[in-house]
Design a binder for this molecule. Structure first.
Ligand SMILES: C[S@@+](CC[C@H](N)C(=O)[O-])C[C@H]1O[C@@H](n2cnc3c(N)ncnc32)[C@H](O)[C@@H]1O
Length: 250
């Protein structure tokens, strides 16, 4: 919707009829033109022509994908020559934790079944995910539906993109997530971001020094400050990792 508001001709795809109905309602109510399709990406992408300038995929999508080699191959195929694939995801390390405890495998597409289902992370994130105004809905929501997730590490993701023939242009790692409070003890930062508490980070940096590092590792001094405390850095948050398909040679 944001891209459509900027003038892009947008097609949004999701397997969930509920999600698509919500997107359509939002488009009608705001008058922002965008098309939405209920489909499984694995079925829909092979039916498309290579007609897209940009493929954009954000937070919380990759963990549902059982085969990222097939996914990125299909995404690369629908791009026009010179088109770009832009992604912004939770860091795979962050996805290893549950309630602050190391719980899940890191990589290889390990299948993770979550018996307790997806929690109400939108409510937990308050105004960060509802900037136009948070309205409290159901309290104490418990999801009865188990989840099937897949753990993809950084090399899995970058490798799948490269094997799909995409050219790596930009990869960035951020010390916060935009909008979503994925762990209960994350602290809200300016700009609707959530980051680990500075105190916890300070402890881990001190532990690193006690373990014999004479100097903090490059960048670690920045990690020990409250995240994004410098408003001059905020523009960096909107530079997601980007891949592009090389121009096709005829
Ligand atoms: C956490 S949400 C991501 C939301 C996304 N960042 C956005 O802003 O719309 C994950 C979405 O992926 C969708 N999904 C999961 N597997 C899918 C698939 N195979 N094909 C299409 N959509 C899928 C789910 O229905 C869900 O709406």
């Amino acid at each position: 919707m944001s891209l459509a508001q900027l003038g892009a001709d947008v097609t949004g795809v999701d397997i969930s009829p509920t999600a698509i109905a919500a997107a359509q309602t939002l488009a009608e109510e705001t008058g922002i033109p965008a098309r939405f399709v209920v489909a499984d990406l694995y079925d829909w992408l092979p039916t498309q022509e290579p007609a897209f300038d940009v493929v954009f995929m954000t937070y919380g999508a990759l963990l549902w994908m059982s085969d990222i080699d097939a996914l990125f191959a299909a995404l690369a195929r629908v791009l026009k020559p010179g088109g770009r694939c832009i992604g912004l995801e939770f860091h795979p390390l962050a996805m290893m934790y549950e309630q602050g405890r190391l719980t899940y495998p890191y990589s290889g597409g390990a299948h993770v079944v979550g018996e307790t289902g997806v929690g109400d992370y939108v409510a937990a994130s308050g105004t960060a995910l509802a900037p136009s105004g948070f309205v409290e809905g159901q309290v104490g929501f418990k999801n009865p539906h188990a989840t099937n997730e897949f753990s993809w590490g950084v090399a899995d993701i970058l490798g799948a993109q490269l094997r799909a023939g995409l050219v790596l242009e930009v990869v960035r790692e951020y010390l916060y997530a935009n909008g979503c409070k994925i762990w209960p003890d994350l602290v809200e930062q300016p700009g609707r971001r959530y980051a680990p508490p500075a105190a916890r980070c300070r402890r881990s940096c001190s532990a690193g020094r006690r373990a014999g590092r004479s100097n903090p590792t490059p960048g670690s001094s920045a990690r020990c400050r409250p995240f994004m405390d410098d408003p001059r850095k905020t523009h960096l948050a909107h530079r997601p990792g980007a891949f592009s398909r090389p121009p096709r040679l005829s």
